[in-house]
Write a protein that binds this ligand. Sequence first.
Ligand SMILES: Nc1ncnc2c1ncn2[C@@H]1O[C@H](COP(=O)(O)OP(=O)(O)O)[C@@H](O)[C@H]1O
Ligand SMILES: [Mg+2]
Ligand SMILES: [Zn+2]
Length: 630
Amino acid sequence: MRPALKQAVDREWARKTTTPPDEGGDRRATNGTTTNGTTGNGAATHATDTNGAPPAATAPAAQDQTQRRRLSDFLLTEGMITTEQFGVVMAEQKRTNEKLPVLVVRMGLMTEDQMVDAQSRHYRIPFVVFPEGGIPPEILRLVPAAIALKHDVVPIGRSAGALTLAMVDPTNLSAVDDVAFRTGMRVFPVIARPSVIRQALDQFYEAQKASLANALSEAETEAGAVAGIEEQAPNPLDLRASADHAPVVKLVNMIIVEAIGRGASDIHLEPGERYLQVRFRVDGILQDVMTPAKRLEPALVSRIKIMANLDIAERRLPQDGRIKFRDASREMDFRVSVIPTLYGESVVLRLLDKSALKLDLTQLGFDTWSLEQFQTAIRSPHGMILVTGPTGSGKTTTLYSALQTVNTSEIHILTLEDPVEYNIPRVNQVQVNEEIGFGFATALRSFLRHDPDVILVGEMRDLDTAQVANRAALTGHLVLSTLHTNDAPSTVSRLMDMGIPPFLLGSSLRLIVAQRLARKICEDCREPYEADEADLVAHGLRPQGRGALVLSRGRGCPTCTFTGLKGRIALYEVLPIAGEIRELIARGADAGAIKKVARDLGMLTLRDAGLAKVLGGVTTLEEVLRVTAE
Ligand SMILES: Nc1ncnc2c1ncn2[C@@H]1O[C@H](COP(=O)(O)OP(=O)(O)O)[C@@H](O)[C@H]1O
Ligand SMILES: [Mg+2]
Ligand SMILES: [Zn+2]
């Protein structure tokens, strides 16, 4: 090969691969220059063949050519195959188009071990045996099944941002590229016995890829065989039979297991005109999962109804139920809601995962100042603390964490909820029941005769409730509750609009919190990037002359299903009611005036709190703008 071409090839290889982390780690060759600025000829020690035998060429055809010639040269020179044998191999290759190493082994000219050893020496790529006790699942998950199966590669280890990738064909640069791109990690290729790699692929990835898709196609294929379910109004016996059908049971179980595995909070089965759409809500955002054929719908819905003890014959009225789901490793509770829609029954399963509930105030997302204000407020003997935000913004979690914090043997806590979501030890939790006249306001009046110190009222739904809660707050009780308002200052106006006189609010209110949940940057694919303070100032950051900044973002990887975001954290706007603010409220000031003074006194708005988390590398600007649209 011409020297210039060889250099280009070496560079290409060096660009795409990396040295093992334990051999000088962080250096990554990019066109002859490592990221730390030195020249990179040493950076690809194992890859650059100084004997003038480059491991691969750029174009795939040339790569095959080169690979065949070079590896074959090596095998011939080493006396591992004879010239005649080589001739036979070439002839066979014309016919079958197999790769040389595969062919040589298949034709029995060399053993697999000999071939791997020869390749390892020829390409100067380490030969590895797989870790004893198997490859950890978190490593395997780094590479999506489709990519692993497409290229015959298996990730076997990681360290310092580099992934060790066992490859059947170590000259496959596009595989290295693909994996580097999908994982956001540098790739350190190694060679292993192809049979071992294929076995691992079968075991981990085929099974994983097949599971849900297989369960679906199995159920779809067999659905036709079950009587009745194609009809418009199947009778209950047919429904039960189809719902008990093994592939249907299996599919429903697998959907649930998959949802738990992805950390979903909700599973949706939404009937369309021609198919059923299955979606999961993960970190507050819906994701498409699959679209089973329409004819499976009655069976799937009936199966879930049976699990939730609902009436499978009732298909025109909404129904609510609960499922206790057990499999080998866990037990989970689901709240099930079924409603009739134009195209059939829509089902939503809400995962009630107690372990996911962090009841630690310091872990929720409060900044230092806001946490201090909140901690002080929840320890006051009386007054009202309100948490506001849309459904799913983390209000209940904040309030339960507050209760947990003040929950001691010296304090009597009563809660009034609709519904009671989680049980907290030593707290008396009461479920409202409007149907029998036991609504929020009525229940709250009885509460006052039940000697509570702290009362949690699930929601300030109406004036009646708000009035009783206010009275409770003014007569020696700490009252915690929620409202659906946009921000902390406008909560005051909402209460006035409801009909609570300003002077009462001025005395009863202790603190108001507005909150939102923002998705966090995925830890597995986070990367820094250069930005400018001005980018954030344009969205409300108070300029501090920082100029250029380094912010973070997620590149996208299997862990975060390529969104770059994983998990959530709360943004808090905390408005303590005291001094000047109290006077403003008592005088009936509007939200704008309250907000202005509050900011001067230290309140961070939701946007401020979000931007601080962007600066801190916790989340992204886009995410903050999404959840704090003004
Ligand atoms: N600070 C937080 N960080 C991460 N996840 C949270 C946080 N607060 C709540 N969540 C999660 O968000 C979901 C909705 O929370 P919830 O408290 O029920 O909201 P709301 O009461 O406003 O409807 C729950 O799954 C909860 O576990
Ligand atoms: Mg709630
Ligand atoms: Zn990621």
